[in-house]
Design a protein around this ligand. Sequence first.
Ligand SMILES: NC(=O)C1=CN([C@@H]2O[C@H](COP(=O)(O)OP(=O)(O)OC[C@H]3O[C@@H](n4cnc5c(N)ncnc54)[C@H](OP(=O)(O)O)[C@@H]3O)[C@@H](O)[C@H]2O)C=CC1
Ligand SMILES: O=C(CO)COP(=O)(O)O
Length: 330
Amino acid sequence: MTDNIQHIAVLGGGAWGTALAQTAARAGRDVVLWEHDAANAAQLAAKRESAYLPGVTLDDKIKVTHALKDTTQAQAILLVIPAQVLRSVVGALAPLIADRTPLVACAKGIEHGTHKFMTEIIAECAPKAVPAILSGPSFAADVARGLPTAVTIAATDADIAHALAHAMNSGTFRPYHSSDVRGVELGGATKNVLAIAAGIVNGRGLGASALAAMTTRGFAELVRFGRACGAKTETMMGLSGLGDLILTCGTPQSRNFSFGVALGKGETAATAAHGKLAEGVFTAPVLLEMARERNIEMPISEAVAAVIAGKLSVDAAIESLLTRPLKAEE
Ligand SMILES: NC(=O)C1=CN([C@@H]2O[C@H](COP(=O)(O)OP(=O)(O)OC[C@H]3O[C@@H](n4cnc5c(N)ncnc54)[C@H](OP(=O)(O)O)[C@@H]3O)[C@@H](O)[C@H]2O)C=CC1
Ligand SMILES: O=C(CO)COP(=O)(O)O
């Protein structure tokens, strides 16, 4: 079934869902795009434009729907909704899909309370499906406009990862394939927290040298955490780890970076997202809990979580990082 994936469903009519639907259509696939909110689905169908991605007109071939049952015949289903709602959507989808349907998580996060990664939630809620993950340095606006982008698609079954990469390849959108599922999903989730830290450095006006130090030491945290969770080092050095970290630690186009900039300029966590989804805000406390459970030092992520929780001011967080005991670089 997965040798030739022609029919793709995308769940989520936000910025990334719209961009991935456009990409799949550009790759020549039959695409159905599901949006859970009835009014937003109706507006998406009528205007052919997502409120989250203004200026991008949906390809005529994309069918927009509000009915989950319209998506269940697809040969692969992309889950492009916030990490914290993935469980509810997969739970509703599970009884409706054929066995062995690839369910591809495109969210970057870790679930609160359970500490589960996206593919673990899929495996739990849809045990007959094949969990997969798509992640890497890719802003929705760039991808939707057909600017060159490379991502990684991972599934435990290498043939399925390969088939998914082939199905989504549109010339300008180049998916690499991998079987290191944990490495790919962990990189995407963790970098969001580090992008907030980078934004704080920028917003506080600490300079380019400090930004480079923060990004590099952030990467060291990502690798430490990844190794403890079974991720391969080469995956973390790849698109979904280092690649995405470089992208989102360097530009206000990233919502996580922008959130950090606003914190650095003195806004509180309650307003700094400016109504946009910054997944790192949700991931930071979970990451901290998981690091503590595993006895891993993640001082930057810890500082971000403390600032978001209102337990530490930005200046106190920076001071706490600078005054840590000197140690060997590792
Ligand atoms: N934007 C980007 O450049 C990239 C984003 N990602 C990741 O993709 C994920 C989605 O991000 P993005 O599309 O940008 O976010 P947006 O905020 O643009 O869109 C989120 C979408 O999820 C929908 N949604 C919200 N709650 C629910 C729910 N309970 N059930 C079903 N659908 C729901 C929203 O619907 P509505 O608003 O109508 O309620 C909306 O369609 C995130 O994890 C993000 O990290 C990954 C790579 C790039
Ligand atoms: O993950 C992304 C790009 O790879 C999008 O980043 P933001 O969610 O920070 O906008």
